[in-house]
Write a new protein. Structure first.
Length: 368
């Protein structure tokens, strides 16, 4: 892995200076660089939500579920980042509340949610962190003690390590360019003065007589050599300083080992994945600890989402369909389709389409 990083650094300078798209695409195929597919994927926004899971009036589980226990998962993580209840419980409780399942009072909590994790496999070392969970979600009627719902739910996710990309090339260029440009400007000015103005002055007696000046002492060959050596050293060191800093960042062991070297902060860090919680891969952070937290957060959020989807199907609970206020024709078709499927319909914020024009538009001219 480190050999790939070292061999990739010289190419970073080429990438920074290459405006030719085929050159950049060739770089993307090199080891250690982010490939073209991931580069494009990082630019794409998450897909909009089209359906929502919510229990409402008439549903037997509405406002009547309370979390009973979670087993098979540690209360917290220790030396390395791992899925834990400090991370999982707040996510689960928020989902229960948003979906309309969470009991609002102890008296209304007729159903108890019991969760047993059978598998919690997550990476703590390496570049791409992969993980999987399998858990049994069970809802028990507290009056009868009978399970009214039980299902095994799995989740899978990969938090990918971001390879070298144009942001690194831009950083390297911004670090290296000022030194290279300044040294080149200084050497160019010195060359123009010594090799141009001084030579013209010393070799033109009429010019000296007109201005009343004396010949200027020229720099010796040794002086020229020393100046050029200084220029070459400054330019060379400046040129490699940017890629070197990028390389040192890539060699940081904390990019590949998710150790707890900072104060614990168990908060969910969900990646802006293309399909939200249902995505199975997204580009993570370079920090191994953050990337591991992103992996764990997404795995657990996906598990909760799949549980709610499966529970809705088991309860014959139709999803709420989101339609747009903007396109009446399209919205009408969506509403008709939703009615046929016995789905409920909600709209986006219609007031967003009533604010009037915010600009005249993009201006052009047809004058010749």
């Amino acid at each position: 892995m480190f050999k790939r990083i070292i061999t990739s650094l010289p190419l970073l300078l080429v990438m920074a200076c290459a405006n030719h798209q085929p050159t950049k695409e060739a770089m993307m195929s090199m080891p250690g660089f982010m490939n073209k597919e991931d580069t494009i994927e990082q630019q794409r926004p998450p897909l909009p939500k089209t359906h929502f899971i919510r229990w409402e009036n008439g549903d037997r589980l509405q406002d009547s579920v309370v979390l009973d226990y979670v087993s098979g998962m540690s209360q917290r993580d220790y030396l390395f980042e791992e899925p834990n209840q400090e991370l999982y419980r707040p996510m689960l409780l928020r989902a229960l509340a948003k979906s309309g399942l969470q009991a609002r009072t102890p008296a209304s909590a007729r159903y108890a949610l019991q969760i047993e994790f059978l598998k919690l496999d997550t990476d703590a070392f390496g570049r791409h962190f992969a993980g999987r969970t399998d858990a049994i979600y069970r809802i028990v009627d507290r009056q009868t003690g009978q399970a009214v719902y039980e299902s095994e739910i799995g989740s899978r996710f990969i938090a990918a390590y971001p390879g070298l990309n144009e942001k690194d090339a831009s950083f390297a260029y911004d670090v290296s360019a000022p030194g290279v440009i300044s040294a080149t400007q200084a050497f160019g000015a010195f060359t123009l003065y010594e090799g141009g103005l001084v030579e013209v002055w010393n070799n033109n007696q009429k010019l000296q007589n007109f201005f009343g000046g004396e010949p200027i002492a020229e720099v010796s060959q040794a002086g020229w050599n020393d100046t050029y050596q200084a220029y070459a050293w400054v330019t060379g060191l400046s040129a490699i300083s940017g890629p070197t800093l990028v390389g040192l960042g890539q060699l940081n062991p904390l990019n590949y080992i998710s150790m707890q070297l900072e104060p614990r902060r168990e908060q969910a860090d969900l990646l802006p994945a293309r399909r939200g919680e249902l995505s199975e891969r997204a580009m993570g952070s370079r920090s191994a600890r953050k990337r591991a937290n992103q992996l764990n957060s997404h795995l657990l959020a996906q598990s909760i989402t799949y549980f709610l989807m499966d529970l809705a199907e088991a309860e014959d609970k139709k999803l709420l369909r989101m339609v747009s206020c903007k396109d009446v024709g399209s919205s009408t078709e969506d509403i008709i389709a939703a009615i046929r499927n016995r789905e409920q319909v909600i709209s986006d914020d219609c007031t967003q389409y009533m604010k009037g024009w915010r600009s005249l538009g993009v201006g052009i001219t047809q004058y010749q």
